[in-house]
Design a protein around this ligand. Structure first.
Ligand SMILES: C[S@@+](CC[C@H](N)C(=O)[O-])C[C@H]1O[C@@H](n2cnc3c(N)ncnc32)[C@H](O)[C@@H]1O
Length: 223
């Protein structure tokens, strides 16, 4: 059987951290909301995280910014449930969690910022996924994502039996079924991807910034 995120979360053997960038990701996301604001009089009011997982950065941003509505989605009900419990325990009223799966989330609204970090590797139809995330992005809003490219394919192909779970989880990437590039994203969405790490002033020497296999980019949707 292949890797199952639901089983992973049900097993309970997971940490509440961001999969890429760790503890730095809360500051980066917080900084990006300033970057995405259209002047002081037009701040970001809504953020969606798709494939939120443990939502470490999202929880932190919801706490720091009570005026921002943070909507988090994941395909795995077990992590959605665990996140709801945590939000209740902490009395956070501006963050919500729901089950939704790419590439057809069924979400019927748009958001000022759509954030999809370390998720596209696991979804087969990359084109449909990009279009869905763009549909969720409000005109004038921003989409942030990481995506698998050919360098990540080489890495995934190098995983051996000792990395059994990882090899299963990244099998679409290894098979080259969902790879993307700057040019391909531009062709599908008609907007230019830009470097997320530069926008949030990340340390250029950080390990996650140096990685070449899974670029982090953002795109602004025209008004
Ligand atoms: C590597 S984790 C990343 C979690 C979080 N975004 C982060 O950066 O820490 C990938 C997440 O994507 C979710 N996921 C996998 N396939 C998905 C899909 N088709 N639609 C939505 N979420 C999905 C998994 O359940 C998992 O929580």
């Amino acid at each position: 059987m292949g890797f199952s995120w639901e089983s992973h979360y049900e097993d309970g053997d997971w940490d509440r951290g961001a999969y890429v960038g760790g503890d730095d990701m809360a500051d980066h996301l917080d900084g990006f909301l300033d970057h995405a604001a259209r002047g002081e009089r037009d701040p970001v009011e809504s953020l969606a995280s798709v494939g939120c997982g443990p939502a470490a950065a999202e929880f932190a941003v919801a706490e720091r910014r009570p005026d921002v509505d943070v909507h988090c989605y994941d395909a795995a009900p077990a992590v959605v449930d665990a996140n709801r419990v945590k939000a209740d325990e902490e009395g956070l009223e501006n963050v919500s969690f729901d089950v939704a799966a790419l590439p057809d989330t069924g979400i019927d609204r748009t958001f000022d910022v759509v954030y999809c970090m370390a998720v596209l590797y696991f979804v087969r139809d990359a084109t449909a996924t990009l279009r869905e995330l763009w549909r969720l992005t409000a005109p004038g809003g921003h989409l942030v994502l990481t995506y698998p490219n050919r360098n990540m394919q080489s890495w995934a192909q190098g995983l051996d039996e000792t990395d059994h779970d990882k090899r299963d989880a990244f099998s679409l990437v290894a098979a080259g079924e969902n790879l993307l590039s700057y040019d391909r994203i531009h062709d599908v969405l008609g907007a230019h991807p830009r470097n997320y790490w530069t926008a949030v002033d990340a340390d250029p020497d950080a390990e996650y910034v140096q990685r070449t296999g899974s670029p982090a980019v953002y795109l602004r949707k025209p008004e």
